[in-house]
Every structure is written in C-alpha cells, then in structure tokens.
Design a protein around this ligand. Structure first.
Ligand code: COA
Length: 415
C-alpha cells in the first residue's frame, strides 16, 4: 500500500525587530517605489546577535512541540541552513539538546544555500516513504539570517526566520507527491559567502538568471513525471494552470512574479517551436498578470513582511498561503519551487490537507508579527554592526531561545 507522507504541522519564529522598507529607501536616498513595487518588499526582519540560526531554529522547534508534536515519536531531525554557527557541530545537535529531544534519533544539517531546507525535507520524506522511519516522525527545521552589506543592492532583500515542519504519515497540512520532483543543479557563482565572512556576496542580476534557468529545468522534470503519472493532463494552456497555487523561493517578492511568468512563457515557446512574436507576447502579458494574481500573490504576504529568510523562505510562503487560504485550498494540488544559489533546485508538488487551515490557525501568525518592534534605520545599523558575540541585552521572552555567549569555545544558549 502506498504510504501517505507530508507535512503534518508547522510553526515559525521571527526576530523581534523589523524595519519598514520605505524607511530604508528614504535613508538610502532611493525612491521607495523601487523597494515596494520594484522588489515587492514591505518590511524586513532585523536579527540581533542573540537571534542566530540556532536560536531561531530552537524557538520554531519548541513551538512545533507546543502544537502537539510528540517528541518520543521523532526519529529524524534535520536542519537546512546556510548560516550555521560551527564548521563541525550541526545546529541539529544544539536543537536536540535545547528541546531535550530523545537521543534515539538521526541528526544532521544540510547545506546548499537556500535549497538546504528542501534537501532536509526531501531526505525526511523519503526516509518515511521508504519505510525506514518505521512509523516514526521527522522534524525538519529551516533557519537562516540573511545579511548583505549596508548600502549594497542586496540590502533591501535581507531578513531572518526559522520554520519548523513535522513530517509524518499523517500529512494534515500538505501531502507530498513523492517521486514527482524535478531537479536542476549546476556549478555557478551567483551568490556565496566565503568562510569567515558574515555578509553574503551576490551577483544579483546573474543570480536571477541562474534562478530562472534552474526553474525551467526543474519544472520540466516535474511536469514530465506528472504527465506520465496522469497527475496533470496535456493541455493547450500552460500546464502550471492546473496547479491551484504555485509557491516559489522568495529572495524578494517580485522574483516570484518573474518566475511564474517565465514558467508560462517557456511552455508557450515550446509549443510555438520558438520565441513568441510581438502580438503573442502582448496577448500573454495580461494573462500572466492575472494568473500571478490568482496563483502566486496569495502566498507572498508573510514574505513581504519578513524579507528573505534563505532556506525558510519557501516555507514562509507556504505558511502565509495556508494562513490566507487554507480552507478553500483543502484537497487541491499546489506546486513548490525551491532554489539555492550555487546552484541546486527542485520543483515538487503536494495536495493541501483537510486540516491545513486548522493547523495553521493554531500558530497565531498575526500575533507573532504584531508583537515585533519597528526600529529606526540608525538602530538597525547599530544592531547590524554589533559583534556576533555581543552580550544579550535582555532575557529571552517566554518560550524563546537566545545565544548567550561563548564559554571555553563552546556556544551557550538561554531560554
Ligand atoms: N519605481 C518602481 N520600480 C522601480 C523603480 C522605481 N522608482 N526603480 C527601479 N524599479 C524596479 C526596476 O525596474 C526593477 O524591476 P524589474 O526587475 O521588474 O525591471 C526593480 O525595481 C529592481 O531594480 P534594479 O535596478 O534591478 O535593482 P538593483 O540592481 O539595485 O538590485 C537585486 C536588485 C534583486 C539584483 C538586488 O536587490 C540583489 O542583488 N538582491 C539579492 C540577490 C537575490 O535576491 N537574488 C535572487 C536570486 S536567489
């Protein structure tokens, strides 16, 4: 009998401070419309040194347990991150200790830029689907702090967050289509962070090209398998229209719009046997805009209020989508595209569970965002200039974890 596998529950954690993106634009002498309309941003999370990837991952994981995940059933803990804190010791080990999880589990981190979280999710899913999990569940954490230099082109696309996923044979939130994934990877230098650097380096426009090339390859792989398995059917219109919603990795919200238009155009060109002429392009433009509005835009609210959270970004889109439309999407298939610079990518799909809306409402999405503090640009600049081991100004809020300093070369956490 085919095993059903997917996301049973999820939770997330965000830093306590944020900046309004229009404040940042004004401080940098840029037209605010460039950041709001040109990039699709509204707010950007600002992590203090205590809110490192371990602290965010542990806080999200603790919230997942508080939603009812049984720790004694978890046999697999994987953390996708590109902002780890140690060359050897994985975040998974820190989290295992902080959450007092059982010792009888497999723990490790996965790294491949923003794709690392999906690598962890796929490893967990296939561990369960293969039968190796023997009825146990998996916790997958995606946690990152996105930092670019002050006044660089990447500055308005920073952010931070962690998402915790419980993966099991009871996929109340999203049942994954195991075996349909399409992958695309290549050796490219579009975004990287050499060892020892806190801020990432990025060839921004080239990274968008790499993203779109990867998307074309990964989508084709998914589509051909989905057609062969009759999950979708051949059609005159782009096959992506058969997905109720399509979620993309969101380095900034406008990227999702470019991505959706590119997926459509690639299929239209495939059918036309070459590039579309001007008339066909003009006819496609309003259709692409309408499909973006109905299929993609509903997933972007949370990302536009947090900014880029690297590995967590796709799963923030999922959280935001189901927060907004979980009830109406129950039983419908959605597509998801994960991209990590360097690069690796995967297009996959799943069917929204009947209990998705109920599961997401338990998170209290709005309350978590509303309790954040808006900071001025000078305060944001002060926080970003703090050394990574700056002492904690305050005790962590109830239920949250913070990095509390390094003693004898060992990182310590409080909360
Ligand atoms: N009003 C409205 N829109 C404006 C504008 C204004 N006054 N000024 C510029 N824009 C638009 C541009 O037309 C452009 O939109 P388009 O791409 O749809 O044409 C958008 O704002 C960005 O402008 P651009 O000049 O390309 O910005 P930039 O060169 O300063 O940087 C990134 C943009 C995304 C390259 C940069 O933020 C970056 O490097 N980010 C990190 C890397 C990343 O996220 N990579 C993605 C793949 S993982």
């Amino acid at each position: 009998m085919k095993v059903r596998v997917g996301i049973e529950a999820l939770a997330f954690a965000v830093p306590h401070r944020y900046v309004e993106i229009e404040d940042l634009a004004r401080a940098r002498g840029v037209d605010p419309n460039k950041f709001t309309q040109g990039l699709g941003a509204r707010q950007m999370a600002v992590a203090e040194p205590g809110e490192d990837a371990v602290a965010l991952a542990a806080t999200a994981g603790r919230r997942l347990l508080a939603l009812g995940a049984d720790p004694s059933k978890i046999g697999f803990l994987a953390v996708g991150t590109e902002t780890g804190v140690d060359h050897s010791k994985p975040i998974a080990s820190f989290v295992q200790g902080l959450l007092k999880l059982p010792r009888t589990m497999r723990t490790f981190d996965t790294q491949h830029a923003c794709y690392g979280g999906t690598a962890a999710l796929m490893a967990a899913t296939e561990w369960i689907a293969s039968g190796a999990g023997a009825g146990r569940t998996a916790m997958v954490l995606c946690a990152d702090v996105a930092r670019y230099g002050l006044s660089t082109a990447g500055e308005p696309t920073q952010g931070a967050a962690a998402v915790a996923l419980l993966v099991s044979e009871s996929p109340d939130v999203l049942e994954l289509d195991v075996g349909l994934s399409g992958s695309f990877s290549a050796d490219v230098h579009d975004f990287w962070r050499p060892v020892g650097r806190r801020d990432a380096l990025v060839d921004g426009h080239y990274s968008m090209e790499c993203y779109l090339q990867a998307l074309a390859g990964a989508y084709r792989g998914w589509r051909d398998r989905a057609l062969a398995r009759e999950v979708i059917r051949p059609s005159e219109a782009p096959t992506s229209e058969q997905l109720a919603r399509v979620l993309y990795h969101v380095p900034f919200c406008k990227m999702a719009k470019k991505a959706h238009a590119a997926v459509r155009l690639a299929e239209l060109e495939e059918r036309a046997g070459g590039p579309l002429d001007e008339a066909a392009l003009a006819a496609e433009a309003p259709v692409a805009a309408a499909r973006f509005a109905s299929q993609v835009a509903p997933s972007l609210d949370l990302c536009s209020r947090i900014g880029n959270a690297y590995t967590a970004s796709l799963y923030l889109s999922l959280t935001g989508l189901l927060h907004a439309q979980g009830a109406e999407l129950a039983g419908q298939r959605i597509g998801l595209f994960s991209y990590g610079s360097g690069c690796a990518s995967e297009f996959f799909s799943g069917v929204v569970g009947k209990r998705a809306a109920e599961r997401i409402s338990a998170i209290g999405v709005e309350a978590l965002l509303e309790r954040r503090e808006r900071v001025s640009i000078p305060e944001y600049e002060r926080i970003l200039s703090l050394p990574p081991d700056a002492p904690l100004a305050n005790d962590p809020p109830e239920g949250e974890v913070r990095y509390a300093g390094t003693v004898d070369h060992k990182r310590t956490y409080r909360g």
